[in-house]
Design a protein around this ligand. Structure first.
Ligand SMILES: Cc1cc2nc3c(=O)[nH]c(=O)nc-3n(C[C@H](O)[C@H](O)[C@H](O)COP(=O)(O)OP(=O)(O)OC[C@H]3O[C@@H](n4cnc5c(N)ncnc54)[C@H](O)[C@@H]3O)c2cc1C
Length: 423
C-alpha cells in the first residue's frame, strides 16, 4: 500500500461502488479507499425497487452492485449506517454523524438524490409513501399487498412503473398528473398519449390535467381530493413527483452548487480535492449547452467509472448519449437522449407491435428516441444520435430498414443542444 491519505467516497451506492471498483480493478490504485454510506446495506441497484424487487420476483442478493466479497478482497473500508455530516475540503477531512473522522487526499461525492415531497394538506398522513431506497420498497410492497385503492401522484417514469406494479397487485389504481399526458415534457403529447393509452388499457384510472388539492383522512389516508373537485378513495398514496439532489454536504463545504454539484466534463468540482458523480452531479456535457443532471442508472455507472480516472488525475471526457430503461406492464421502454427541443416526431411500427420506435428530430437531426421491447436497438439509437447527422425521415419510418443502416459512416462534431430538463 502507498502512504497517501487515500480516497474517500461519500455515498455507497451505484456511482460510489463503481468508482471503488474502477480504482482497484481498472487503475490498480493501491492507496486506501473508504466507502461511506448512510444506509446499512452494501451498494445496491435501485431500478428493481420499483419493478422485480417490489413485486417479489427479485431477491435482495440480486440487487448487489458488487459481489459482497469485493470489499474485503479489494481492501475497501466500509463505513455504513451513518451519514457524512461535515466535510472540510482544505483540511481534507470528513466526519460522520457517529463522530468517526476520515482523512483523505481526494474525495468523491456521490450522495445521489431523494424524493421531492408533496406539499399539500394531509401529506403527512399514514399511507402516504415515497420510494427511493430498499427499505421504502419493502414497506411499499407490504402496503400494496394490503391496499385496495391506490392513488399514484405523478405520471413520470417512476409513477408509471408504480401504477403498473399496483395493477399487478390487483389494486384499483388512479394516477393523477397536472400535465396533458404522462411524461409530457420528455415525450410530448403524441407519444405521451401512447403511454396514457397503455395505462388505460391496463385498467388505470388516469386523471390528467388535474392536481392534488389535499389528502384526506384522520390518522391514515382515506381519499385524495383533486384541484378540479374530484374525491378519489385511497388507502395508499404513492408520491412520484421527482427527485432532488443531496447537495447539502457539498454546499456546506463551499462547493459550487446549482441544481446539483456543478462539475466540468471530467466531474471535477470547484475544489481540486473533490469530484462528484451520479444523480447528485450536474456535469458540463459536451453535447449540451448547460450542465446536465441525469437521474439514470446508466449515467451513474458511467460517472462512477469516469470519476475513478479523474480522482487519479487521468480524466476522460464524459459525453455519452443519455440512456434510460423502464419496465411497465411487462414491456421494456428504452429512451435515448435528453428532453430537448424538437420539431418533428417520426414513428416506425405500431405501438403495440414488436419493434416500435419513435424518433424526435430537430431540423432532421435525431435528438432522442424511444423503443419498446426491441432488444439491442438502444445501442444503434445511441450511435445514431451521437453522430448528430440529419437522417432520412422515410428511412426512419420504415420498419424494413434495419437500424444499423440508418447510421452514417462518419460522426460529426458534437452539436450544442439546449436540454430543457423539466422532469
Ligand atoms: C425506485 C427507483 C427506480 C429506478 N429505476 C430506474 C430505471 O428503471 N432506469 C434507470 O435508468 N434509472 C432508474 N433509477 C435511477 C437510478 O437508480 C439512479 O440514477 C442511480 O441509483 C443513481 O446512483 P447514485 O449512486 O448517483 O445515487 P444513489 O443511488 O441515490 O445513491 C446515493 C447514496 O448516497 C447516500 N447518501 C446521501 N447522503 C449521504 C451522506 N451525507 N453520507 C453518506 N451517504 C449519503 C444515499 O443514501 C444513497 O445510498 C431508479 C431510481 C429509483 C429510486
Amino acid at each position: 500500500m502507498s502512504a497517501d491519505a487515500g480516497i474517500v467516497i461519500i455515498g455507497a451506492s451505484l456511482a460510489g461502488a463503481k468508482a471503488a471498483q474502477a480504482l482497484r480493478l481498472d487503475h490498480g490504485y493501491d492507496g486506501p479507499i473508504t466507502l461511506i454510506g448512510d444506509e446499512p446495506h452494501l451498494a445496491y441497484q435501485r431500478p428493481a425497487l420499483s419493478k422485480g424487487y417490489l413485486l417479489g420476483i427479485t431477491g435482495p442478493g440480486d440487487l448487489d452492485v458488487l459481489k459482497p466479497q469485493f470489499y474485503a478482497d479489494q481492501d475497501v473500508t466500509l463505513a455504513l449506517g451513518a451519514p457524512a455530516t461535515a466535510l472540510d475540503l482544505d483540511a481534507r477531512r470528513v466526519w460522520l454523524a457517529d463522530g468517526t473522522e476520515f482523512p483523505f487526499a481526494r474525495v468523491l461525492i456521490a450522495t445521489g438524490a431523494r424524493p421531492r415531497r408533496l406539499q399539500v394538506p394531509g401529506a403527512d398522513l399514514d399511507g402516504v409513501c415515497y420510494l427511493r431506497n430498499r427499505d421504502d420498497s419493502e414497506h411499499l410492497a407490504a402496503a400494496l399487498r394490503a391496499a385496495g385503492h391506490v392513488v399514484v401522484i405523478g405520471a413520470g417514469w417512476l409513477g408509471s412503473e408504480l401504477a403498473a406494479a399496483s395493477r399487478t397487485f390487483g389494486n384499483h389504481t388512479t394516477v393523477i398528473d397536472p400535465l396533458p399526458t404522462p411524461l409530457y415534457y420528455v415525450l410530448g403529447d403524441q407519444i405521451g398519449g401512447l403511454i396514457a393509452r397503455r395505462h388505460r388499457d391496463h385498467g388505470v384510472n388516469l386523471l390528467l390535467g388535474d392536481g392534488v388539492e389535499a389528502i384526506l383522512g384522520t390518522r391514515s389516508v382515506e381519499a385524495v381530493q383533486t384541484i378540479t373537485g374530484r374525491t378519489i378513495p385511497a388507502d395508499l398514496v404513492i408520491v412520484g413527483v421527482g427527485a432532488a439532489p443531496n447537495t447539502e454536504l457539498a454546499q456546506a463545504a463551499g462547493l459550487h452548487v446549482d441544481g446539483g454539484i456543478i462539475t466540468d466534463e471530467h466531474l471535477r468540482t470547484s475544489h481540486p480535492a473533490a469530484v462528484a458523480a451520479g444523480d447528485v452531479a450536474r456535469h458540463q456535457h459536451p453535447r449540451y449547452l448547460n450542465p446536465v443532471r441525469i437521474e439514470h442508472w446508466d449515467n451513474a455507472a458511467i460517472h462512477g467509472t469516469a470519476a475513478a480516472a479523474t480522482l487519479l488525475g487521468e480524466p476522460t471526457t464524459i459525453d455519452h448519449v443519455p440512456y434510460l430503461f423502464s419496465t411497465q406492464y411487462g414491456s421494456t421502454l428504452e429512451y435515448v437522449g435528453l428532453p430537448t427541443t424538437w420539431d418533428r416526431i417520426i414513428t416506425r411500427g405500431g405501438h403495440a407491435t414488436y419493434g416500435f420506435t419513435a424518433f424526435w428530430l430537430d431540423r432532421r437531426i435525431p435528438v432522442a428516441a424511444l423503443t419498446i421491447d426491441q432488444w439491442g436497438a438502444a445501442d444503434h439509437l445511441r450511435t445514431l444520435i451521437a453522430t448528430g447527422h440529419p437522417a432520412d425521415p422515410q428511412q426512419l419510418a420504415d420498419p424494413d430498414t434495419p437500424l444499423p443502416n440508418l447510421l452514417p459512416n462518419a460522426p460529426s462534431p458534437h452539436r450544442n443542444l439546449q436540454p430543457q430538463q423539466r422532469r
